[in-house]
Design a binder for this molecule. Sequence first.
Ligand SMILES: NC(=O)c1ccc[n+]([C@@H]2O[C@H](COP(=O)([O-])OP(=O)(O)OC[C@H]3O[C@@H](n4cnc5c(N)ncnc54)[C@H](O)[C@@H]3O)[C@@H](O)[C@H]2O)c1
Ligand SMILES: *[C@@H]1O[C@H](CO)[C@@H](O)[C@H](O)[C@H]1NC(C)=O
Length: 442
Amino acid sequence: MNMKLSSSHLDNIPSTPGKFKMEKASYFNRFRWHYSSLAKLTFWSFVFMGLILVFLIKSPPTSPTTSIPSDLSRRSLKTKSWGGPGWEKRVKSSAKIRSPNGLSVLVTGAAGFVGTHVSAALKRRGDGVLGLDNFNNYYDPSLKRARQSLLERSGIFIVEGDINDAVLLKKLFEVVPFTHVMHLAAQAGVRYAMENPSSYVHSNIAGLVNVLEVCKEANPQPAIVWASSSSVYGLNTKIPFSEKDRTDQPASLYAATKKAGEEIAHTYNHIYGLSLTGLRFFTVYGPWGRPDMAYFFFTRDILKGKSIPIFEGANHGTVARDFTYIDDIVKGCLGALDTAEKSTGSGGKKKGNAQLRVFNLGNTSPVPVSDLVSILERLLKVKAKRKVMTLPRNGDVQFTHANISYAQREFGYKPTTDLQTGLKKFVRWYVSYYGSGKKNDH
Ligand SMILES: NC(=O)c1ccc[n+]([C@@H]2O[C@H](COP(=O)([O-])OP(=O)(O)OC[C@H]3O[C@@H](n4cnc5c(N)ncnc54)[C@H](O)[C@@H]3O)[C@@H](O)[C@H]2O)c1
Ligand SMILES: *[C@@H]1O[C@H](CO)[C@@H](O)[C@H](O)[C@H]1NC(C)=O
């Protein structure tokens, strides 16, 4: 198992690398603008490499473990790889619109689960797509790399970088006048927030602000669609969850950062005229999914013969989720992009009121987690070792159920995949990717 969940590995990652990246990026830009001849460029490249080596050798270990500085160094070295005519050509070619009235979309978190599927769907219908992802190791990065090669095969380039890197983001907008940003990069996961809270602040708050800062400066400003979460409904008990319900009692730091994101979106819409649409996803699952989610590691552990924890609420209350199949989520994302109005400002100045929306994207039929396990048992033809436990009060809520009538009305959102059908597709993918071997170690 490759998931690195111990805080010793992840303290300040990905928080600190963002700072290193920005320094590198600005050095790099300075010399690229000042010296144009190839000979000089080559000469300065060597000087630059030398500087980096000196920097790496001299940089003192700032952390108790030695593994972190070496990881940082690798990240810093990688970031200098962006820029240059070849790179710009790849960026432009990936973002090139190939159908009439097509969009050109910057997809952040493109190597992630939802990002990969949305990028592929946009590309298929002729939109221009450029990805951005920092390939952090919250879960096995080799799965992110595999998704990257999948996208590469359809001509989608994923720039490797952090959403906090303002220099890089500005450069991307210089090279491509994106009409839309699909902002999916985030620190996901509810329980992990207790282990590494700063990674949530780094990506979901600071990173979001940085993306919006660059978008509001861009001319023209893009329209932005971004991923919030059903977790903003927190401890609410009124079901189904509607967009107008209160969202002021989050049960996890993850939820709190998504809620903060919705308020930050309001601010940028209000001050700068940015068109902003937030999507509250409800437990998304499917092929190429996230290994930290229950349906995924249940599958792995059932195949391994390991026991799986099944949570129940107080007094044996049912824990249920409104599981939503990835293809339905993708349709919702595309619907939101297609109905997004233009931002009204430009170059940091508001010119008029712009659109501000929030939509639930769920399936509208909650399924008890114990039923999820029964479906998996049937599909895998293996009996699960169930270990029933009381739901700990550390972030997970007992029940989610989306009211999707707003998205239905605005862009015809209508989920069509039930859990049984969707899990069948997931399991087929899982077995082809990892093998059905009960000894597999992924
Ligand atoms: N999957 C779900 O059930 C679900 C539910 C609700 C909300 N969401 C939200 O949807 C979005 C996509 O989720 P996902 O399931 O695809 O998660 P994911 O972790 O697979 O994808 C997120 C991607 O963003 C990248 N990333 C994270 N921080 C970054 C940073 N600072 N700079 C650049 N890249 C960064 C990661 O490397 C990853 O590839 C997230 O915003 C998540 O919070 C997901
Ligand atoms: C769902 O939300 C809509 C508003 O978008 C509301 O009119 C409707 O009553 C809600 N339905 C339920 C069952 O709560």
